[in-house]
Design a protein around this ligand. Structure first.
Ligand SMILES: Cc1ncc(COP(=O)(O)O)c(C=O)c1O
Length: 390
């Protein structure tokens, strides 16, 4: 179906074809396989002479709808959806990389991605090195003859640092390598890396895309050629998104713009409150003027996102006391939920990360990451205030 180019409209009107029941809301296609009229149809379908669903490890109407929607939102030609964000990260990397290749990644990456780089890639003879997020002028010098792509998160998890995507893309084009971006913190509503020159964009749909902490999911979008390779790898290895989760996620995307607007409105108020609090050493939020990359954030993001990082006075002890004192906010490792979540990266997601890597990623002992939810902002502030007061 042809849809308008406006974000909110394609989020709602990108929809699977209506069935004979003329339903308004898309039904769930809980089926592992699909049937064929005769041997010729089956042969032609498997030979890809005919475009249709064959088996839900390859594609499914609910999954297709979710993929089409994210492609429309990101301005991408094609996509493939996965069972989780990490399945998207791993399958994308595994498709692109051969033994002997090198990945150049920003130093501040999600803990599990760091785990892939350090624990599993070396055994397949794939090398990974990091560039310091604050020393971007050194990036070009770190590109090796075997570098396949630059990998970037922006804003980063959990440091909430910002990388200039147009700048990175220019470097990649000059050296004829790919730019792969994890756009999970920004969502397609706030930032579209492909429009800024990225080749592939990865999302953990588990986060703001679902937005209600219910299902896991992931997606990679990009050019038809690259996605075709990712599809071929994935249809053999089986990391595909389930139709049920795709249905939930596609429904959630209908309200993404509205939800993200409100998340951001709450987040800037909380960041401002924390910046003025005497027990807070520093605050990082992309749309605070004090953010070191405020100008870049303003240039490439519509709003600042829902993640705020800050440091509580008193190091580990101060951080622990804050955590034990919050009453309404949830202590959880997830983010992008309607519920405000506080996390302590040093003792949880990044506990197994080496101290020097933690330092390069901007993670200190007293650092707290808040995923600002959709509760009334006064109640969130009241909870943080009472927890900081102890
Ligand atoms: C930036 C980022 N990328 C990838 C992931 C992995 O996503 P998932 O938990 O859906 O596997 C996460 C999860 O927190 C994340 O924050």
């Amino acid at each position: 179906m042809k849809v308008s180019k406006k974000f909110e409209t394609s989020a709602i009107r990108t929809q699977s074809e209506t069935t004979q029941f003329s339903e308004h809301s898309v039904p769930l296609y809980l089926t592992s396989g699909f049937v064929f009229d005769d041997s010729e149809e089956m042969r032609a379908s498997f030979a890809e002479e005919k475009q249709r669903d064959l088996y839900s490890r390859y594609s499914n109407p609910n999954v297709n709808e979710f993929v089409d929607k994210v492609c429309a939102m990101e301005g991408a030609e094609a996509g493939f959806a996965f069972a989780s964000g990490m399945a998207a990260v791993f399958s994308t990397f595994a498709t692109l990389l051969n033994a002997g290749d090198h990945v150049l990644s920003c130093s501040s990456v999600f803990g599990a991605t760091h785990g892939l780089f350090t624990k599993y890639f070396p055994k397949w003879n794939i090398e990974c090195s990091y560039f310091n997020i604050n020393e971007v002028d050194a990036i070009e010098g770190l590109i090796q003859p075997n570098t396949k792509f630059i990998y970037a998160e922006t804003p980063t998890n959990p440091g909430v640092d910002i990388l200039d995507l147009e700048f990175l893309s220019a470097i990649c084009k000059k050296h004829n390598i790919l730019l792969v971006v994890d756009n999970c913190f920004a969502t397609p509503y706030l930032q579209n890396p492909i429009k800024l020159g990225a080749d592939l964009v990865i999302h953990s749909a588990t986060k703001l895309m679902d937005g209600q902490g219910r299902v896991l999911g992931g997606i990679t979008v990009g050019s038809k050629e690259l996605i075709r390779e990712i599809y071929l790898f994935s249809r053999l290895t089986g990391p595909s998104l389930s139709p049920f989760n795709a249905w939930v996620l596609s429904k959630s995307l209908e309200t993404l713009a509205l939800r993200v607007e409100k998340h951001c409105e709450n987040a800037i108020k909380i960041a401002t409150f924390l910046e003025e609090h005497p027990k807070v050493t520093w605050v990082k939020y992309p749309f605070l003027k004090s953010h070191p990359k405020y100008d870049i954030a303003k240039k490439q993001m519509r709003l600042g996102g829902n993640i705020v990082a800050f440091e509580v006075e008193g190091g580990l002890k101060g951080g622990k006391s804050f955590f034990d004192s919050v009453k309404m906010c949830s202590l959880s490792a997830n983010l992008g939920d309607t519920r405000t979540i506080v996390t302590h990266p040093a003792s949880t997601t990044h506990a197994k990360v080496e101290p020097e890597v933690k330092k390069a990623a901007g993670i200190t002992d007293g650092m707290v990451r808040i995923s600002v939810g959709l509760e009334h902002v006064d109640d969130i502030i009241q909870d943080l205030e009472q927890a900081l007061g102890k």
